[in-house]
Design a protein around this ligand. Structure first.
Ligand code: ADP
Ligand code: SF4
Length: 694
């Protein structure tokens, strides 16, 4: 490590005690979901192993549900319902400890948040009422009586024992984000009890004190205990920051470490569009002085200087990280080795969160190996050895082309990356100039920074290639990553064919705006894309002095951004900016000075005056180069493979493009496996397997 770096960041690598355990450094991967959970145990274990390898001092599981009376299907987390769940978690604990990290398990009982759609058990809550979930399930929980509370203590005890059997070092008791029953006890919003578990703060904290005592007893004091609480629950009756401070002052030595996380999950995991790095500083400042125990907090920290400041300023003892650890599992090691420019910084897009929210499997825009470590054998740092061929030409330096070039070059291929424009980065560069999206530039900056240092890479900006160029270039493999452009004709999900349009009405697309061609006056923005682009452009237009009518066939603004935890913030932002919302509406025809706007429920329509229309609908692949080259005799030019990747194949968010680039590079010289499944998976073993007839 360079000397100045060594001393500057030394403090991050000091060992810190957590009760009976000692963490080797201050890098603390807080619990985070991944969309794999109990369904993909080996995939999750291998993902955590890369963090161990990357130098994290503490590594946690995701939420682990301790009993079937409280589970949050359709979200896929971990189960510790009986002893048969231990082996999968033991495998994960083992992977976490493989390089000296402490292995942590987050235990959760969801109470008023658990609809039990899978287990069908009656939900139990501190105070009964409708289940509070993202999906408004038509289910209520029953208020726990004293016997239920005794049962719950026993179920926690069982989970403590099983956690220890599985080999974990730390148990995290979950009471943050409004999700865990510990918070439901503490908060007057969810605790309406009049017995000894309700009323005063002392009473509301009773259950917590009891299970911490139980945990110490059950594990013989051998495991460290972390308490994960919200820093601030909003609302008149919420467990506010002031009350949290009172609680910590009263119970400063209760857990071995305080893990403090903003308020709701949306607030804690805010996107970079709405939340800067270190956003919870005001809420956490001063808490350390209330307790002799160490404090960990998050803040999407990727800058080691910001981390050092948090420690030196006495705000935190540990740098908590979920997303930065996903984007770069090797962040601690890179800091330790002084390789700061090699850090793959999280861009704060929350695509990782969407994996959990959709019941898919998480992916990361920046770390293409995330959740593919076991499924596909990809590694965030170590490349797969190169195959027998030598040369690769990538056309187009957007996220797909950049990732393909980087991953292929790391494998050892001789890579040429040609880009038509002077600036490399494609859509990432254009989009990062839009309001709130500047951090997205990191997708291009990281890859270009790496590529520029590699001797086997040639970068050619300002080089628009033709089919003839491809044939004469001499590359064995060619990937066409030429991107896509936005449609102008309203075709997307609702309209599958273009709508009647008077040519006198100026129609714009996001590409026009990103190129600096802006409409004027009253603009009708039609969003049938449902992710970020429509609302970002609405903000841009307002900033440029336009009056904006935002039209969408959905019932909400930017509906899909529920999955990135941004929807409510986006809708609030547009309303505050004075954008007029036309929900469940769509244009049926564009006339010279107005639109015919139809209601998607009743079909009734009405005119809406407009000076211009902005279509945020869908995109068309720019695949002419691909098809024109395919039409030539490319094989006889010595080209072995010719593929289109990323948006040029099928437009999607940036994370899909970086993934496509990685998949392409991993596939170079790979044997043809025919119809075999392209990834590994685990299938439930039948408890009563039928005999197969030969
Ligand atoms: P993706 O998201 O799939 O990476 P982008 O639209 O971000 O796609 O990037 C595609 C890039 O390809 C753009 O920067 C574009 O300028 C470039 N490009 C398009 N056609 C050519 C071409 N014929 N030769 C070189 N570069 C091209
Ligand atoms: Fe960060 Fe986005 Fe990756 Fe999540 S998906 S870790 S927010 S870069």
């Amino acid at each position: 490590m360079p000397k100045d770096t060594a001393t500057r960041y030394d403090i991050l690598f000091e060992p810190v005690r957590i009760g009976p355990k000692t963490a080797k450094n201050r890098f603390y991967q807080v619990p985070h979901c991944n969309g794999g959970g109990y369904r993909d145990p080996s995939a999750v274990a291998e993902m955590r192993r890369t963090k161990a390898e990357g130098g994290w001092g503490v590594i946690f599981t995701e939420q682990t549900e301790i009993h079937p009376t409280s589970e949050i299907t359709p979200f896929i987390e971990q189960h510790l319902w009986d002893d048969r769940d231990i082996p999968a978690l033991a495998k994960m604990a083992d992977a976490m400890k493989s390089h000296g990290a402490l292995a942590g398990i987050q235990l959760a009982y969801s109470g008023i948040n658990g609809p039990n759609l899978y287990s069908r058990e009656t939900p139990l809550a501190v105070s009964g009422g409708p289940i509070l979930t993202f999906t408004s399930d038509p289910v209520q929980a029953r208020t726990m009586d004293r016997e239920d509370i005794r049962n719950l203590r026993r179920w926690f005890r069982n989970a403590f024992r099983r956690s220890q059997q599985a080999g974990f070092d730390i148990i995290c008791l979950y009471g943050a984000h409004g999700f865990g029953i510990l918070q439901h006890f503490l908060s007057r919003a969810t605790n309406h009890r009049t017995d000894e578990y309700g009323g005063s703060l002392e009473n509301r904290a009773r259950f917590l004190r009891e299970i911490i005592e139980d945990a110490r007893d059950e594990t013989r004091g051998e495991l460290a205990l972390s308490l994960r609480l919200s820093l601030h629950e909003a609302g008149t009756f919420g467990f506010s920051n002031a009350e949290l401070r009172d609680f910590i002052e009263m119970h400063g030595s209760l857990p071995d470490i305080w893990d403090l996380a903003h308020g709701t999950w949306e607030a804690c995991s805010g996107t970079s569009r709405f939340k800067p790095e270190g956003a919870q500083e005001d809420l956490i400042a001063g808490i350390k002085s209330l307790t002799p125990r160490p404090v960990v907090g998050v803040g999407r920290f990727t800058s080691p200087d910001a981390m050092v400041r948090q420690i030196r300023a006495g705000l935190l003892d540990f740098i908590g990280a979920a997303r930065p650890s996903i984007a770069d599992p090797f962040l601690p090691l890179k800091v330790q080795e002084g390789r700061i420019d090699d850090i793959r910084e999280c861009i704060g897009c929350n695509i990782c969160v969407s994996g959990d929210m959709t019941g898919g499997i998480s992916r990361c825009t920046q770390n293409t190996a995330f959740m593919e470590e076991w499924r596909k054998g990809w590694h965030p740092e170590r490349p797969r050895p190169k195959g027998p061929s030598q040369t690769v030409l990538i056309v187009g330096a957007g996220p797909a082309g950049l990732e393909a070039a980087h991953a292929a070059a790391k494998r050892g291929y001789t890579v040429t990356l040609a880009e038509a424009s002077e600036t490399m980065g494609g859509r990432v560069i254009r989009e990062s100039a839009l309001p709130g999206l500047s951090a997205w530039r990191r997708v291009a900056d990281y890859r270009l920074g790496q590529l520029r240092q590699m001797p086997n890479v040639s970068l050619y900006p300002a080089s628009r290639l033709t089919p003839e160029d491809l044939l004469t270039f001499g590359a064995q493999h060619i990937a066409i990553a030429t991107g896509a452009h936005w449609r102008r004709d309203a075709v997307a999900r609702l309209h599958l064919h273009p709508i009647p349009t008077d040519p006198a009405m100026p129609v714009f697309t996001p590409d026009d705006l990103m190129a600096g061609h802006l409409p004027k006056g009253r603009v009708a923005l039609y969003d049938d894309d449902h992710f970020y682009m429509g609302s970002v452009l609405a903000e841009l237009l307002v900033a440029k002095g336009c009056t904006v009518d935002y039209i969408t066939p959905a019932t909400k603004v930017a509906e899909w951004s529920e999955n990135t935890l941004e929807q409510a913030t986006i809708q609030r932002r547009l309303m505050e900016l004075g954008v007029t919302l036309h929900l469940s509406k769509a244009p049926e025809a564009l006339h010279a000075d107005h639109l015919t706007l139809g209601c998607t429920w009743t079909g009734r329509n009405a005119p809406l005056p407009a000076d211009a229309v902005l279509m945020v609908t869908s995109r068309i692949p720019d695949d002419r180069l691909y098809h024109a080259t395919r039409a030539l005799n490319w094989q006889s030019a010595g080209i072995r493979t010719l593929e289109r990747i990323g948006d040029a194949a099928a437009p999607a968010p940036i994370a899909w493009a970086t993934y496509a680039g990685r998949r392409y590079a991993e596939g170079l010289d790979a044997p043809d496996t025919g119809d075999a499944l392209p990834f590994r998976r685990e299938i439930a073993a039948l408890s009563d397997a039928p005999r197969l007839t030969p």
